[in-house]
Design a protein around this ligand. Structure first.
Ligand code: CA
Length: 227
């Protein structure tokens, strides 16, 4: 399927083929590109392997249900997820949102409502502040970082340090500048705390991958390089 930047790719995970086909026709008609998965395991794999812009995820699926799929995707990706569900009790909605879904829509639904929610979720995804440096992706508001589409678990201080380096991408920042920004002006401890934390961040952000992003500039400080 031909894909342009103007045509967001939507993954539909739905085991009822008739419903999946109907949604697909509507979305293609609206100019979206569409991929279909007929069960949760396939859906989770496609979400992981493909660069999709949004996922429509049915709750009741054979094998792996929508909640489990949603949780698995959330560990890896920040893509907007809309749950499709026949369940509409409050606790079900809370469970869906707790699992990491951005929105849910109750079956049966009007096509217009589905399209409106898709547009809203795509807008929200676009407006979210993000920093992209090579294959590193940082969402400052959510305090989450991903490298090569895998979430990097960072402590508060580690995140602040990485975020500061990312905001100054390709610029060398001194230890003092890092100390002042990440630890605050009143910091009284050892200045080598910066080097210690750089080591922690490197272990998580650089070491598992082939290309290091954080570089030491001897006698000056550190730089996060985009290439
Ligand atoms: Ca179903």
């Amino acid at each position: 399927m031909e894909r342009t930047s103007a045509s967001p790719l939507i993954l539909i995970v739905e085991d009822e083929r008739r419903i999946a086909r109907l949604i697909e026709l509507e979305l293609v008609h609206e100019g979206f590109s569409v991929m279909l998965a007929g069960d949760g395991i396939t859906g989770e794999r496609m979400a992981r392997e493909q660069e999709v812009d949004l996922i429509l995820l049915d709750w009741m699926l054979p094998g792996m249900d929508g909640i489990a799929v949603c949780q698995a995707i959330r560990k890896k990706k920040n893509v907007p997820i809309i749950l499709l569900t026949a369940k509409d009790t409050t606790s079900d909605k809370v469970a869906g949102l707790d699992a990491g879904a951005d929105d849910y829509i109750t079956k049966p639904f009007e096509t217009e409502e589905l399209l409106a929610r898709i547009r809203a979720a795509l807008r929200k995804g676009r407006h979210r502040e993000e920093l992209r440096i090579a294959d590193l992706l940082i969402f400052p508001e959510e305090r989450r970082a991903f490298r090569a589409q895998q979430e990097v678990e960072l402590t508060t201080r580690e995140f602040d340090l990485l975020h500061f380096l990312a905001k100054n991408v390709d610029k060398v920042v001194s230890r003092d500048a890092i100390l002042e920004t990440v630890w605050g002006y009143d910091f009284e401890g050892e200045t080598n705390v910066v080097d210690v934390y750089i080591r922690y961040v490197r272990l998580k952000v650089d070491e598992p991958f082939t290309t290091p992003l954080i570089h030491t500039i001897r006698g000056v400080g550190y730089v996060l390089r985009s290439s």
